[in-house]
Write a protein that binds this ligand. Structure first.
Ligand code: GLU
Length: 495
């Protein structure tokens, strides 16, 4: 099914148009190309389809390439830019004109609009009427001498065009439904169909793997290959990606750019894993499958025809699993990038606490305490603000529940055991989680209360919220000065 055609080497390409950022749908297409190339020990190539000068922006090409690099998919050969190849496209179209397979069409866009409107009024699907097809040679030459604007149209032969799509199976189109479409516009610019097939031919592409939205372009492209006598690549059209409302992912409603996922704190390997599952199912339906294994497993036999749903909860879960199993120094690098990226969350701190980036040792402790609970890199800060700044407010329900009259006096007494004046912690081994725990438990026992009663209040005083990692580890990381300062503030506010 996936056997290789040309020279027995798989050569695939990802061909984004730089009219926007790299979209997750585009990234998924790139991933399937990349995995197939690596699985088949072939080549993965990148081509920037920037023939539309109005819509293509060079900074967007750069951004797309950066997102591709971030996802770990570099081109195996030099990146091809269509804007460098316009002359080649025109040469090939001229060959088609010379061999009678394409022809000059002198209608102005106003004339064509008029004909289109007439068809619409009669409720007939508009199709170019081939009025220019049989113009006399002399007339054509005269028009050209007069420099009349013209387009070049492709003559669509009668019949059907079919191909064996690797995902969809046999796919057939009636040529009657295809217009004699324009190859070169009157401003001299070649259209997408032309540029694509010439590039795919020149780049010796063996398999064209792209989204389902291109399915109707394929018969047009096949007809062009045939007209030129060129070998036709294999085609695989991938299912669309829908959002949770079962609508096509939209820039307006959904977060779609790869760059944004990076900024939100997703790991490239997790996004890669997640996007692969949008349309591909590994043999045992596992959800965490790393890149190396995906390369070995990937096969179009397990690519679904049906649309896939972008489930953000699943992405969050996959990301949390990758975070849990990541090296802490790697997480540190990403976390520091996040903390330093403008506007730096640390620059918004008020008050006199740690307004500068804490040192690596401190950040590593934060990471190690919380990496089992976060879903994104940004959450190391968002869920762990208390590692960086004193709480400014306290959870009201938590206060009502835990800061009871019975506990107030006992808690104040407990607090005394933590101050530098008290010898108790030093006797137990200093400011570390083990002695802090021993200290709290024996204090609670002596008072005949449950340790939890103190722990809940401590958590509120130190974090302002009711959930945190282990309280004793937290106290160790925060250090005595911060713990004492926060408890003093808390007691001062609520007694
Ligand atoms: N440039 C086209 C796009 O961004 C892709 C063309 C193709 O893969 O054939 O949708």
């Amino acid at each position: 099914m996936e056997e290789v055609t040309r020279n027995n080497q798989v050569r695939v390409r990802f061909a984004p148009s730089p009219t926007g950022f790299l979209h997750v749908g585009g990234a998924r297409t790139a991933i399937f190309n990349w995995l197939f190339a690596k699985n088949q020990k072939g080549k993965f190539l990148l081509r920037i389809e920037d023939t539309d000068p109005e819509r293509s922006k060079s900074e967007l090409s750069g951004q797309i390439l950066r997102s591709m690099q971030w996802l770990g998919m570099d081109s195996d050969e030099e990146v091809v830019y269509q804007s460098d190849r316009i002359t080649r496209y025109k040469e090939v179209v001229n060959e088609l004109v010379e061999s009678g397979k394409a022809y000059y069409a002198f209608e102005t866009s106003e004339e064509l609009d008029k004909r289109r409107k007439e068809s619409e009024a009669k409720k007939i699907a508009y199709k170019y009427d081939r009025a220019s097809l049989n113009l006399d040679k002399n007339i054509i030459e005269q028009h050209l001498r007069e420099k009349r604007p013209y387009a070049i149209r492709f003559f669509i032969p009668q019949g059907v065009t079919d191909f064996e799509d690797i995902v969809h199976g046999k796919t057939t189109f009636n040529n009657y439904e295809i217009d004699d479409f324009v190859l070169i516009r009157s401003d001299g610019s070649p259209v997408y169909q032309v540029a694509v097939i010439i590039d795919d031919h020149d780049m010796k592409i063996s398999h064209v793997i792209r989204g389902d939205d291109h399915l109707t372009n394929t018969p047009k492209q096949i007809l062009l290959y045939k007209a030129l006598g060129w070998e036709i690549p294999r085609f695989a059209h991938l299912p669309m990606i829908l959002d949770e409302g079962k609508k096509k992912l939209s820039k307006r409603r959904d977060t779609v750019s790869v760059e944004e996922y990076k900024e939100l704190g997703y790991l490239p390997e997790a996004l890669f894993n997640f996007l692969t599952l949008l349309g591909y199912a590994p043999p045992d339906n596992r959800e965490i499958v790393r890149r190396g294994e995906l390369i070995k497993l990937f096969s179009f036999r397990r690519v679904n025809k049906k649309s896939a749903v972008f489930d953000i909860k699943k992405l969050n879960w996959i990301n949390s699993e990758y975070i849990k199993s990541s090296d802490e120094n790697f997480l540190l690098t990403l976390f520091k990038e996040y903390l330093a990226s403008p506007p730096s969350p640390l620059s918004t701190f008020k008050g006199g606490t740690k307004a500068i980036l804490p040192d690596d040792d401190y950040l590593l402790k934060v990471i190690s305490l919380t990496k089992g609970r976060v879903q994104t890199i940004n959450e190391f800060y968002e869920f762990g603000k208390y590692f960086f700044t004193d709480p400014e407010s306290y959870d009201e329900r938590g206060l009502a529940k835990h800061w009871t009259n019975d506990i107030k006096l006992i808690f104040k007494e407990y607090f005394e055991t933590l101050t530098p004046q008290s010898p108790l912690l030093e006797e137990r081994g200093g400011w570390n989680s083990a002695s802090l725990e021993e200290n709290l438990r024996s204090f609670a026992e002596a008072k005949g209360i449950k340790p939890g009663q103190l722990i809940h209040v401590l958590r509120l005083a130190l974090t302002g919220i009711t959930a945190s990692p282990g309280i004793f580890e937290l106290m160790e990381v925060l250090g005595r000065d911060t713990v004492v300062r926060r408890i003093e503030k808390f007691i001062g506010m609520f007694t």
